[in-house]
Design a protein around this ligand. Structure first.
Ligand code: DC
Length: 225
């Protein structure tokens, strides 16, 4: 089973993907972490988001140090901004595309040498998973919520990570980032034609997971969501 989860920034798509992975026995890849790791690499090289060199970004993506996807610094607002900037560059997207597809298909049972035996497939979350990375996914979700709710959630997340954060600045950053992600020429943020829309504005995590499971004809595991 292959599932694509796309959506706006801080909409809950990552939380949904993680929960569905646990419920359904799927490997999970947060593809935003790849773009953030690429952005962080450039930040560490001293790059400025307003003038990122495309060639340097392409090299960073091609030689990505995957350990950076686990680095707490990718979760800062600056790395998020940088990620969105490099994500608009076609060379960067091309460099990261194959790895995402390999992740999805190397864990399915059809490939007996699958890296992670026992898993029943994969779930990837991002912006273009249902439209570009995995257009043949069995199920596609598109997650969104009102911007003030998303800003509040992101603010709480940053505070919990020990960062200083101001709500109005976060709101402005989300609006700017979504606009850049939506309006870019290559693989823009948009729902796939056959995506199931999930509005998380008034849904708790449990409600969101139940809704998604129901939409694909599954029940939550007993004692879980
Ligand atoms: O999901 P996130 O906030 O961690 O993503 C960071 C940025 O990476 C986001 O602004 C757009 C980009 N991104 C993308 O263009 N395509 C993806 N599949 C995932 C993320």
């Amino acid at each position: 089973m292959i599932i694509a989860v796309d959506g706006t920034a801080a909409s809950g798509k990552g939380t949904l993907a993680k929960a569905l992975a646990a419920e359904l026995g799927l490997a999970h890849l947060d593809t935003g972490a790849l773009y953030r790791a690429c952005g962080l690499t450039l930040m560490l090289e001293g790059a400025d988001p307003s003038s990122v060199d495309e060639h340097a970004a392409e090299i960073a993506a091609k030689n990505l140090d995957f350990s950076l996807t686990k680095d707490a610094r990718i979760r800062t607002a600056e790395a998020g901004e940088m990620a969105s900037v490099v994500a608009a560059m076609p060379e960067v997207r091309a460099a990261l595309l194959e790895g995402q597809r390999r992740f999805a298909y190397s864990v399915t049972p059809e490939l007996k040498d699958g890296l992670r035996k026992g898993l029943r497939g994969a779930i990837l979350d991002g912006r273009d998973i249902g439209t570009v990375v995995l257009p043949d996914a069995d199920y596609k979700f598109f997650v969104d919520a009102d911007v003030d709710i998303r800003a509040h959630r992101r603010w709480k997340e940053l505070i919990n990570h020990g960062s200083e954060a101001m709500l109005p600045a976060i709101m402005e950053d989300l609006v700017k980032r979504d606009e850049r992600d939506r309006s870019r020429q290559h693989a823009p943020l948009k729902p796939a034609d056959n995506a199931i829309l999930v509005d998380t504005t008034e849904k708790s995590v449990e409600e969101m997971v139940r809704f998604a499971l129901k939409a694909i004809g599954r029940q939550p595991l007993p004692g879980k969501s």
